[in-house]
Write a protein that binds this ligand. Sequence first.
Ligand SMILES: [Zn+2]
Length: 218
Amino acid sequence: MVKIERSYPPPKSLSLKRSYKERDVIERLRKDFFGKCYICGLNQLPDINVEHLLPHKEDIIKKFDWDNLFLSCPHCNSVKNKKEYEDKILDCCKIDPEEKINFEFNEEDINIFSKDESDEKAVQTSKLIYEVFNIKNTGIREYTSYFRFKALQEEMLIFFNILEEYNREKNNFSLRSLKEKLKRESRFAAFKRNYMRKNIKKYSEFKEILEYNNTIKK
Ligand SMILES: [Zn+2]
């Protein structure tokens, strides 16, 4: 999960309060969210859902509120659909989740936890993100969680290979490739950015690209 700059004004079709899945909404969400699921961070999604951060329960305001609409994959949308996550997930358009949560990747597992144990939203958001990579309570979910974990492993392998080349050669090509991999729009960006931040003494030249972003544009 990374910070998203939501664009304004809201897509026009929302004012009609008929559907929150019109073409202009989908196009805008895809653009603002870099085509990534805001929960797992996977991009190039074959299927997408328009997710309500706060469940609308047929409340007309929440249902068509642009600030409440998020781009997700169907897997994460369904995992989030639980009482314990209701109104407990960080709004990544207002708060930088990287400032609140540690996204650690350890080859065979991930470790996601709130930096502040008393921050309930950060705690529940960490739990949800861990779950979308690990939940195995049905055959389908075992497949969809594993698919995401595998994709994360592959991305981290590519990232560490580029990092190794950068450490060895210090050439412009590997520097450029690394910067691409550290952009918020790249897949699973929070895990890569977390790694660099943890090793910031060695990689101080990346400090700027790793800065938190808590400016709210409206
Ligand atoms: Zn997802």
